[in-house]
Design a protein around this ligand. Structure first.
Ligand code: NOJ
Length: 544
């Protein structure tokens, strides 16, 4: 199956399972110890056939000093030499499309690297033509920063530029100056970046830090926050949550900028017969703010990542509330999702332990909405302990970015034989969980993911059915129906360490159980045993 025109299916992204490739860590094609695009091309058969996903989201591959591993872009129209060349990017898009895989690229609209030629020009002189493509402000009367805003990386968001006597804004690292979306020239240049990659064939963008791109032009101080709670995932910038971030993000202008991006994507879709999508990376709770990114007439992003599961205690009641909160918040016609992992957080198994791995697999692939699977989670990889002195990332997020173990050889088959030391260690326990080792074991986590993906693909209820909560299963279980016109499926996941016997609302046939590689066909039963730390998917008989 090739990706060509949609055949009128503008909603392909609702049925898709997206796989997040962290390009430094997925596969090293040239043996320098850093993952690259040739490496990804070599593993597309794994993604399309062995695993069976529909799209890959590839992290920023642009030319970059790599201070924030690509989220500090110094040239939007070239590929970083660590990852390959533009020709490699073209080859990757073509090879993915040949296999029916769509390609979603990271787009970083809030900032560039300080080495980007736009910023080099802007910082050279106060009257530089591109000066106002960035956010500059005079010092406060006491010579200090123009506002009290604190950055995601700790400390002030303002960096003093002695040569021109003004501060520039950086919501993230000081080498990542924020651009100024109020400037028409900057806006046009950013839309050109989208065009550049759309012309090369990408199917959409994951838009980084979208809530950040418009700020209060008066630079009003943020109000202090005295309920600042420690955030375990937030290891290096404890001061970030000492204030309410109300003026340094989410200015309403934002929604005009999003509408412009969406119009551009829709235009490409209409002209090429292949619809392109925008996924917002948005931190904008409460829900009323979060849904605004969808646009008043669903003319904003197609969906925004829902990070609530990352913050929710790993227990059925809390997760159910989170699922239902999203269902209630979504406007008519909008589409849900749940993020369980990504490159910014400890891995799922690191956060909640081994016991969460199979439960999470079932939730991710049976809840309503588009799943995004973080590379390596299909192997149940744990975090990697990396001492702070060895952190490669300024915020220490390395724990979830270790090289993908493909084989059980030393180095995990990350690069070609005889290749260089991987950029982060491949710990021994990773090798035991390699793709090769798990493919050989019918009961492995990887084979569970393969079964779930195959089941989802052929199940109308899982692809598009309504979500209906069930009370069955007691305190340790989370149970729900997925109801489509031709099929009703019951899902029960068990967070406890003992198997639980559950009575279903109607008799059904088990389609999948996390503790069995195969479920032989049998008569419909109304009782089902849900394995410890696992789950079942049961197709219910039609009602009366
Ligand atoms: C969110 C990205 O996921 C993260 O890795 C990055 O550091 C920030 N945005 C800044 O671009």
């Amino acid at each position: 199956m090739r990706v060509q025109a949609d055949g009128g299916d503008a909603h392909w992204w609702r049925r898709a399972v997206i796989y997040q490739v962290y390009p430094r860590s997925f596969a090293d094609g040239d043996g320098d110890g850093v993952g690259d695009l040739r490496g990804v091309i070599g593993r597309l058969d794994y993604l399309a056939d062995t695993l069976g996903v529909d799209a890959l989201w590839i992290g920023p591959l642009y030319r970059s000093p790599q201070v924030d591993f690509g989220y500090d872009v110094s040239d939007h129209t070239d590929v970083d030499p660590a990852f390959g060349t533009l020709a490699d990017a073209d080859a990757l898009i073509a090879a993915a499309h040949e296999r029916g895989l769509r390609v979603i690229l990271d787009f970083v609209p809030n900032h560039t690297s300080d080495r980007h030629p736009w910023f080099v020009e802007a910082r050279a002189r106060r009257d530089a033509p591109r000066r106002d493509w960035y956010v500059w402000a005079d010092p406060a009367p006491d010579g200090g920063p123009p506002s009290n805003w604190t950055s995601e990386q700790g400390g002030s968001t303002w960096e003093f530029d002695a040569a021109t006597g003004q501060y520039y804004l950086h919501s993230y690292h000081r080498t990542q100056p924020d651009v100024n979306w109020r400037h028409p020239g900057l806006r046009a240049a950013m839309l050109d970046v989208l065009r550049f990659w759309l012309d090369r064939g990408v199917d959409g963008f994951r838009i980084d830090a979208l809530h950040m791109i418009a700020k209060d032009p008066a630079l009003t101080d943020n109000p202090p926050r005295d309920d600042a709670a420690p955030n375990g995932a937030d290891r290096q910038h404890p001061d970030h949550d000492t204030q309410w971030h109300v003026h340094d993000r989410m200015h309403p202008d934002l929604f005009d900028h999003i509408a412009r991006m969406r119009a551009l994507l829709d235009d490409y879709g209409a002209r090429t017969g292949r619809s392109r999508i925008a996924i917002g990376e948005v931190e904008a709770m409460p829900w009323e703010s979060w849904v605004r990114f969808l646009g008043r007439d669903l003319d904003g992003v197609h969906w925004s990542f829902n990070f609530n599961f990352l913050e929710t205690p790993w227990e059925p009641k809390a997760l159910r509330l989170s699922i239902e909160a999203q269902e209630e918040a979504l406007p008519e016609g909008a589409w849900p999702n749940h993020v369980l992992s990504n490159h910014d957080r400890p891995r799922l198994a690191g956060r909640h332990g081994e016991r969460s791995v199979r439960v999470a697999a079932v939730l991710l692939l049976t809840l309503r909405g588009t799943p995004t699977l973080y590379y390596g989670d299909e192997l149940g990889l744990p975090d990697v302990a990396i001492p702070p002195e060895c952190w490669r990332d300024p915020l220490g997020r390395d724990q979830a970015r270790a090289p993908m173990p493909w084989t059980s050889e030393p180095g995990g088959g990350f690069g070609p034989p005889g290749g260089g030391e991987p950029w982060l260690p491949v710990p021994p326990e990773y090798r035991e969980r390699s793709v090769a080792a798990q493919l050989a074991d019918p009961d492995s986590v990887l084979n569970l993911y393969r079964r779930l993906l195959a089941l989802r693909r052929r199940s109308p209820a899982l692809l598009s059915g309504a979500y209906v909560p069930l009370e069955e299963g007691g305190d340790d279980c989370l149970a729900y129906l997925r109801e489509a016109p031709g099929q009703v499926v019951a899902v029960v996941v068990n967070f406890g360490g003992d198997a639980v016997e559950v009575e279903l609302p109607r008799p059904g046939r088990t389609l999948l159980a996390t503790d069995r590689a195969e479920v032989p066909p049998g008569p419909a039963r109304s009782g089902v045993v849900v394995p410890a730390y696992g789950g079942v998917v049961v197709e219910l008989e039609r009602a009366g």
